[in-house]
Design a protein around this ligand. Structure first.
Ligand SMILES: [Zn+2]
Length: 155
């Protein structure tokens, strides 16, 4: 299914993407228990539903199933304390380079709030060995609040 991400059009295999994530135990929500991951997973439950919906559209039914998450950084966003997360999700698909030849108009990946930035590409080096090819990598960086019980300093 075709999706437009700003200036990039990607053809995403939703079924393969969904079934990979569904069957992958290593990405289970309990996989990493560090407080940074825990905070991110909590955030995915409480975040603006438009963000979850955008990911659901491209086959990532549960945002807790990220592929990689860098160690979060305590920083500021709009003069407030925030945690900077950088991470990635994988979907099965290809980048379509000639939008003028498309027969079907692509679905639009919705614009997300400023604090959640992303880009999609077919350049990837950390894609899991067993991930179906061709793979696309969706990189994101997000300034999120700290919402789990323990203090931010424990990161
Ligand atoms: Zn972790």
């Amino acid at each position: 299914m075709l999706f437009r991400f700003e200036n990039t059009i990607a053809d995403i295999d939703l079924e393969k993407t969904k079934s990979y994530h569904k069957n992958k135990i290593i990405y289970s929500p309990d996989y990493c228990r560090c407080s940074g991951c825990k905070n991110f997973k909590h955030w995915t439950k409480r975040c603006n539903p438009a963000i979850r919906e955008a990911f659901r559209k491209i086959g990532i039914e549960d945002m807790r199933y990220f592929s990689e998450l860098s160690y979060p950084i305590v920083t500021e966003y709009q003069n407030q304390e925030a945690i900077l997360y950088m991470g990635m999700y994988y979907v099965v698909g290809t980048i379509v380079h000639q939008p003028e030849n498309l027969i079907q108009p692509p679905e639009v990946f919705p614009e997300l709030p400023d604090y959640f930035q992303y880009c999609i590409s077919d350049k990837h080096d950390l894609v899991p060995d067993d991930f179906p090819r061709p793979a696309l990598q969706l990189d994101f960086y997000a300034y999120l609040p700290w919402i789990v019980g323990n203090s931010i300093e424990e990161l």
